[in-house]
Design a binder for this molecule. Structure first.
Ligand SMILES: NC(=O)N[C@@H](O)C(=O)O
Ligand code: NI
Length: 161
């Protein structure tokens, strides 16, 4: 199996696939008479199609251990999908570019504690994958009519390590 090395998540590396949601390096300003700092406009929620609307859900996801065999990615043609951790545990982020024959070889990132992501509309990604323990996330993605899930199974799986 081809091996995919996990790298630290960074705004620059993730930029082709979406945004990193974190305070570090973010535009910020005080509000509420200085009692709160707003880390402003970290990501854009995309929604398309009939009756499209942004929605908020909570996910409780089971962990995986590395190395991980990856054989599937998915994408949401009608909207973005943001995962914001409610714990300080890291999670695995798998994304892939597009080729004329479907998803490219995937890239794998590990978040630092507190980092979240917003996967842009129609970007191939692995499903939510905590690493250390069952973890809870706030998820912001698209509600509405139509099919918002496309799945691709790779001919040959990858070993993410
Ligand atoms: N299916 C679902 O809501 N979650 C996936 O899209 C995922 O990316 O984890
Ligand atoms: Ni998804």
């Amino acid at each position: 199996m081809k091996e995919i090395e996990v790298r630290p998540l960074s705004r620059a590396a993730f930029a082709p696939f979406g945004e990193v949601i974190e305070m570090e390096g973010a535009d910020n300003f005080p509000i509420n008479a200085g009692r709160c700092i707003r880390f402003h406009d970290l990501a854009t929620i995309e929604t398309a199609g009939e009756h499209a609307r942004p929605m908020i859900s909570l996910f409780r996801a089971e962990p995986c251990r590395l190395p991980l065999t990856l054989d599937m990615v998915e994408r949401h043609p009608l909207g973005s999908q943001a995962f914001i951790p409610l714990s300080d545990r890291p999670f695995l982020v798998i994304v892939a570019g597009e080729t004329e024959n479907g998803p490219a070889e995937p890239l794998a990132f590990q978040t630092r504690p507190g980092q979240g992501i917003n996967i842009a509309r129609n970007v191939w990604h692995g499903v939510l994958t905590p690493l250390d323990a069952r973890s809870d996330f706030a998820v912001v993605d698209r509600g509405g009519d139509g099919v918002n899930l496309e799945v691709h199974v790779y001919d040959k799986p990858f070993l993410v390590r």
